[in-house]
Design a protein around this ligand. Sequence first.
Ligand SMILES: NC(=O)c1ccc[n+]([C@@H]2O[C@H](COP(=O)([O-])OP(=O)(O)OC[C@H]3O[C@@H](n4cnc5c(N)ncnc54)[C@H](OP(=O)(O)O)[C@@H]3O)[C@@H](O)[C@H]2O)c1
Length: 338
Amino acid sequence: MFPETEMKACVFTEFGPPEVLHLADVPRPAPRDNELLIRIKATPINFGDLLVRNFKAKTPRQFHMPFLFWLIGKFSFGFRKPRVAILGSEFSGVIEEAGKDVKKFKKNDPVFGYCGARMGAYGEYLRMPEKGVCAIKPSPLTFEEAAAVPYGAIMALNILKKMNLKSTHRILINGASGGIGSSLVQLAHSHYGAHVTGVCGARGLEYVKSLGADKVMDYRKVDFLQNGETYDFVIDILGKVSFSRCRPSLGKQGKLLFVSFKTRQVFQMLWTSLFSAKKVVCVLVNEKAADLIQIKELIEKGDVRAILDRSFPLEQAAEAHRYAESGQKMGNVVITIK
Ligand SMILES: NC(=O)c1ccc[n+]([C@@H]2O[C@H](COP(=O)([O-])OP(=O)(O)OC[C@H]3O[C@@H](n4cnc5c(N)ncnc54)[C@H](OP(=O)(O)O)[C@@H]3O)[C@@H](O)[C@H]2O)c1
């Protein structure tokens, strides 16, 4: 048994491979008057968890965003030693305690949410501001499923809203099997009714089709920019495409949206906004609680599903990370907490 003021968490004190993750007793967070204390049930392993666990090894060149973002990342996550001891930016759980000024939630409410770069969901308890990105868990989903939704779905919904996507549009998603791409495929197909082409590696093709893509392509086998087709939007999740190569594949007023980008693409965005009918857009998403509430409604309507690959107990977080990095997963790998 643990005293009331402690909890079990998966921590890391060195950057490195999955083995740096280990179980420890840490102080249990105490919520302020406007905060929630959430008893965590599940948390998925997403791109951010894998990145931050080994952030020391990431050079600015390997980092998918501009140098300034890398530098901010260094200050947030640490230069030599981790500054964030507990990973986990998405979660589902039950409200254990609501501060006295909290209005929207009460004890025992089932919730899901996104705590972003603050992280901390690889533990028994998490402190969240009432105004943070947290909402009542969608009723059709289990806790494991609900935990896997927020990051990808919030990013995808924001990107599609910025695009003002219509059912007549043709859209190509490069990186369609990952966290953001898989939500983009589902929402663009089910909610917006657009024609969706999904691009990913061979293992993901059937998966992306099952999410609703009309067409799928393997980026290792096909040069999707050379197949003679044009799109209203090309969304490049990892920033792999160049505007000059993509240009002929864009419709008359087509847009190339970079979810990951460097300073060069920011200049292209400025230049094309002034001098070109075809545009480059570098997307930055600012997550809000209202997005998550809309996503809950979309899940309840059947427009978004959560796809799980495997789950691991918190004690096996290192093994879960190893599996998530192995290239075998299809869908989400989730850590569960008893
Ligand atoms: N702009 C913003 O506000 C914002 C917010 C959050 C995250 N991000 C960025 O989003 C990125 C992470 O996205 P995510 O979580 O969806 O990542 P993820 O889950 O790791 O998925 C990556 C996807 O890219 C595919 N891929 C890998 N190599 C590729 C290649 N050479 N060509 C085309 N596709 C390739 C993968 O397919 P296979 O597995 O089949 O290879 C997979 O579908 C990061 O770079 C992060 O910086 C941006």
